[in-house]
Design a protein around this ligand. Structure first.
Ligand code: ACM
Length: 374
């Protein structure tokens, strides 16, 4: 039962992350995945690699600001999470989404020249140089230092949206990365693209795109159908090796998608996700071809290209995040939208008392004062 926070596109300090951990604990969410690096910024101190934070810690979308967690601050977050029975899942996104690292250390670039810091929102343009040994020495240091600070069993390596490598280069890189993560005692987690590589046993694949077209959707063209079949085969291979999947379908669970056309922040590339859309679906309707025991859980990512404050985060996460907790907790036959919307509406006085900046969706009958829960 996870939540992901992108602290790279915009940085959120430990005070904000502790607030998020408190709100997660209210609804018994138990994994906080922190997206610690991307093109726009590097957010965790790595002893021996000071440029990452001294230089690429200080940028974010739009240019100004940024920040990073010192080793001590990260350890403090891990402890704070543990006290609330939440496991931190750190993500260092590689080999793409790496402009911040490439800008910090020129030798990580195939041409040996560092690019400028990046403060826009494009994706897909960056990659570590996968044919240079120095890249793997860099990654060894990064994984070793973060793994040593992270008691949980997971290390997320990203792996998404890489446009600068051939499939062969990508797969060879991921296979090496998986071994590196395992050598530091962690299970590798990656976005669904990683399933195309021959991973070691027991990895976790986070599905963010549909594996199968929704009922009634138009037939995909032949290239899309072939790519989907290849991804499905990869996911099944991971499962056969004892691995698992995490479900994060972007059109329902990406909390940075706008609720409707009038939502002032957020994005729409995966569609609009109102409160009902994010809650009212059955896992086995969308993912029924997966063996149930291979599903590790659901996770709701919140990407921060358009979110600059904790108040923005709360607005996108509430009221959808409690619904994701319930998806994870409840047997399907116990869930119904008509019942859920009443129970959700009864949370409003509590959220008001806690000062949560929640979206008052017209789909929900919000209670104004304290009453008995229906
Ligand atoms: C992703 O949304 N690129 C994982």
């Amino acid at each position: 039962r996870g939540f992901m926070l992108d602290v790279s596109r915009h940085f959120f300090g430990i005070h904000d992350v502790k607030r998020i951990l408190d709100l997660m604990a209210l609804y018994k969410l138990n994994r906080l995945h922190i997206h610690l690096s991307d093109d726009q910024g590097w957010r965790i101190e790595i002893p021996g690699l000071p440029n990452l934070t001294d230089y690429a810690g200080g940028s974010q979308v739009g240019g100004k600001g940024g920040g990073y967690y010192s080793v001590e601050e990260y350890a403090e977050l891990v402890r704070y999470a543990q006290e609330r029975f939440i496991t931190i899942v750190p993500e260092i996104d590689v080999p793409g989404h790496t402009n911040a690292a490439l800008a910090s250390y020129p030798e990580l670039n195939c041409g040996g020249v560092a690019p400028e810091l990046f403060t826009g929102t494009a994706v897909g343009f960056s990659s570590l140089c996968t044919t240079k040994e120095v890249t793997y020495e860099f990654l060894e240091t990064v994984v070793r230092e973060i793994a040593a600070l992270t008691p949980g069993p997971f290390f997320h390596v990203g792996g998404d949206e890489v446009e600068r490598l051939t499939p062969e280069e990508y797969n060879a890189f991921m296979e090496r990365m998986e071994g590196l993560v395992r050598s530091h005692g962690k299970r590798m987690v990656g976005w669904d693209e990683v399933a195309l590589a021959e991973l070691g046993a027991g990895s976790l694949v986070q599905l963010w795109r549909p594996l199968w077209p929704a009922e009634g959707a138009p037939e995909p063209d032949s290239a899309a159908a072939e790519a989907a079949a290849e991804l499905e085969a990869g996911v099944m291979r991971v499962i056969a090796s004892g691995g698992s999947v995490i479900l994060s379908p972007a059109d329902r669970l990406y909390l940075d998608m706008k609720y409707d056309r009038t939502t002032p922040i957020g994005l729409t590339w995966a569609g609009l996700a109102d409160v009902r859309t994010s809650y009212d679906w059955a896992v086995m309707d969308l993912f029924g071809k997966l063996p149930e025991e291979a599903i590790a859980g659901v996770e709701a990512p919140l990407w921060s290209e358009t979110l600059g404050s904790i108040s923005d985060i709360e607005y996108m996460a509430f009221p959808r995040l409690p619904g994701i907790a319930e998806l994870g907790w409840s047997q399907e036959f116990r869930r119904s939208w008509e019942d859920y919307r009443l129970r959700l509406g009864a949370q409003a006085p509590r959220w008001t008392a806690l000062g949560i900046n929640f979206y008052r969706s017209p789909q929900v009958p919000w209670q104004e004062g304290w009453q008995d829960t229906p």
